[in-house]
Design a protein around this ligand. Structure first.
Ligand code: FMN
Length: 221
């Protein structure tokens, strides 16, 4: 697949087939994707792959926390946005909810949607990207570069991905089943699996601002 086609066709996948992803494929994806650039080649990423029973345990642990109304970890950042940023978030949510047939009033379906995120959208595997807490500076940026490279590489294997903050909002659950120590901060996770193209949310087309709104040319010519 041509690189531009890959970038343009990548999208967040929120519904997967149950088929497992072979370990060798996950390994190959990471072998390629860790060619991603990082500040001073520090390669601060630590990658944990969760699948099988471990993933099942984490999904169950996440849902139990959610149902007990446990607060999300403050480490996972706030998504309280304002102005145009909030509007873009709302636009995406409206599109996803329309596709999924979830109305504003339907508390049950809205709750089920939140749970899907905590269940890694029922993907058969996920990557958790962490950094050592002692690292200052560009760590999160470097993990972003790795995350996008993973998502693009996955396309070569007909795999879909969703970069997610939701899956790790209860880091204590993840630590319990993976032994990721307290000295590591989980920054983001990525669900991965074979897309279920019949799943309505996978038909979402997220918008992008026209370039005129985000690019400033400083050029005398
Ligand atoms: C840092 C980050 C966190 C994200 N967290 C979530 C999440 O928790 N749940 C979710 O459904 N999508 C999540 N996404 C996916 C974004 O919603 C998605 O990338 C954006 O809407 C653009 O859509 P696209 O990926 O289909 O192009 C996240 C993406 C990023 C980069």
């Amino acid at each position: 697949m041509d690189i531009v086609e890959a970038i343009r066709s990548r999208k967040s996948i929120r519904g997967y087939k149950p088929d497992p992803v072979p370990k060798e494929v996950l390994r190959e994806i990471l072998d390629v994707a860790t060619r991603a650039p990082s500040s001073v080649n520090s390669q601060p990423w630590e990658i944990t792959i969760i699948a099988g029973q471990v993933l099942k345990n984490i999904k169950q642990g996440n849902i139990e926390k959610l149902l007990s109304r446990a607060p999300a970890s403050p480490d996972q950042g706030s998504n309280r946005l304002e102005g145009k940023y909030r509007q873009r978030q709302v636009d995406l949510a409206i599109q996803l909810f329309q596709l999924m047939g979830i109305t504003r009033e339907d508390k049950e379906k809205r709750a089920e949607w939140s749970q899907r995120g905590l269940r890694f959208f029922d993907a058969p595997a996920a990557f958790i990207l962490s950094i050592d807490k002692s690292l200052k500076g560009w760590g999160a940026f470097d993990l972003g570069s790795l995350a996008q490279t993973i998502c693009l590489t996955a396309l070569k294997y007909s795999l879909g991905t969703c970069i997610q903050s939701q899956g790790i909002i209860y880091p204590e659950v993840i630590r319990k089943f993976t032994d990721i120590p307290e000295s590591k901060q989980m920054v983001i996770c990525i669900s991965i699996g074979y897309p279920d193209w019949d799943f309505p949310a996978n038909k979402a087309e997220s918008a992008r601002e026209p370039l005129e709104n985000v690019v400033t040319w400083c050029d005398d010519d």
